[in-house]
Design a protein around this ligand. Structure first.
Ligand SMILES: Nc1nc2c(ncn2[C@@H]2O[C@H](COP(=O)(O)OP(=O)(O)OP(=O)(O)O)[C@@H](O)[C@H]2O)c(=O)[nH]1
Length: 336
């Protein structure tokens, strides 16, 4: 049986713990294990979650950041939960594990650490959910780098503190979130119960995400553009690209961008395969390429989300790049 491992990210104070505790009190949270990562020594979030965990197994990773110093501890903790060693008593098999990351964690290194051999055959399906604070916004200047990495990595962005924002502000936040991460599903539900239920429900099937990618490639446009975040579209330079060329290009892109690469998603046709190949990264952590047999007629292309780096710089990286990148439609610059 596969187990969903949901990385819950979002900046400090953006409402992760509150969302998680609200979820754990619901009937559909049965079969959930929780891991809480806190950087400070006090373990306040852990205590709040334990209190509200409804008897579900909860484990703490305190005193360090899960994307930097606690990576092997994270793997041990996930294994312990999967083996039924988290919390007290004998447990029914888990259906999902929710990892609340510390507000300053970057998702890429966490996903990379989950590729550990100890987790290889455990049927983990990793997904990413991010909270977006409608009271203060998500991308403030002081916290920009981590917040941008978290927002761009999310497959689902859940709006929090909607009670503190008027309808116009929520509309603006929706536009900002969609502009920074056009691949994410946005949950902007004023009704708290509905929002909590949707936050951790199974993510739309892969084909829905691929439809989003396809729509973007066919109709690129961005209404709100952040001055430091670029969403680029890529199209193949030739029709006879080979896998080694694409693999080398991805290596070059990752090395050139480093932490400035926030997200990459691509459906690419190569000469020696009848089906397009799906490629994805969160930060510079790439998942294994997948043949997409159901998408034989899909166009070839990619979406890249970067910070502090434009398409021209990436195109100039190689004399003859296999993919040509261009910025999506530009609207007025956002100053948030
Ligand atoms: N009004 C309002 N307040 C909220 C909401 N969600 C969270 N808060 C408050 O915002 C503050 C921070 O919420 P937390 O859930 O602790 O945020 P967090 O992201 O877990 O914070 P860190 O663990 O420090 O990163 C708390 O005082 C919450 O009560 C919301 O939907 N509406």
């Amino acid at each position: 049986m596969s187990v969903d491992l949901i990385l819950l990210g979002g900046f400090l104070g953006s409402g992760k713990t509150t969302l998680l505790v609200d979820y754990l009190s619901r009937a559909e949270a049965a079969g959930t294990g929780v891991i809480v990562n806190e950087v400070g020594e006090i373990g306040l979030d852990g205590a709040i979650i334990e209190e509200g965990s409804n008897g579900l197994p909860t484990m703490m990773l305190a005193n360090g950041c899960v994307c930097c110093s606690l990576r092997s501890t994270l793997v041990d903790t996930v294994v312990a939960l999967l083996d039924g060693r988290g919390g007290d008593g004998v447990r029914a098999p888990l259906r999902r594990i929710i990892l609340e990351t510390s507000g300053v964690s970057r998702p890429g290194p966490i996903i990379a650490s989950l590729a550990d051999p100890a987790l290889r055959n455990r049927g983990l399906r990793v997904s990413t959910v991010g909270t977006y604070d409608c009271e203060i916004g998500a991308l403030n200047v002081e916290t920009f780098e981590e917040a941008a990495a978290q927002l761009a990595a999310a497959q689902r962005i859940v709006f929090t503190k909607m009670d503190k924002a008027c309808a116009d502000e929520v509309r603006r936040h929706r536009s900002i979130a969609a502009s920074v991460n056009p691949l994410a599903q946005i949950v902007a539900e004023p009704d708290r119960n509905t929002a909590v239920a949707q936050a951790f429900s199974p993510l739309p099937a892969q084909n829905l995400v691929d439809q989003a990618l396809r729509a973007l490639i066919e109709h690129p446009s961005r209404h709100d553009r952040h001055p430091r975040i670029e969403v680029m579209m890529g199209s193949p330079a030739r029709s006879d690209l080979t896998w080694p060329e694409i693999a080398e290009w991805l290596d070059d892109v990752a090395a050139f961008c480093g932490e400035r690469l926030l997200r990459l998603k691509a459906l690419i046709r190569i000469a020696d395969c009848p089906d397009p190949i799906l490629l994805q990264s969160v930060g510079t952590t790439f998942s294994a390429p997948r043949r997409m047999r159901m998408h034989a007629d899909a166009p070839s292309g990619c979406v890249l989300i970067t910070r502090d780096l434009d398409a021209e710089a990436l195109n100039g990286m190689l004399a003859d790049p296999p993919m040509h990148l261009s910025a999506t439609g530009r609207g007025p610059a956002l100053m948030q």
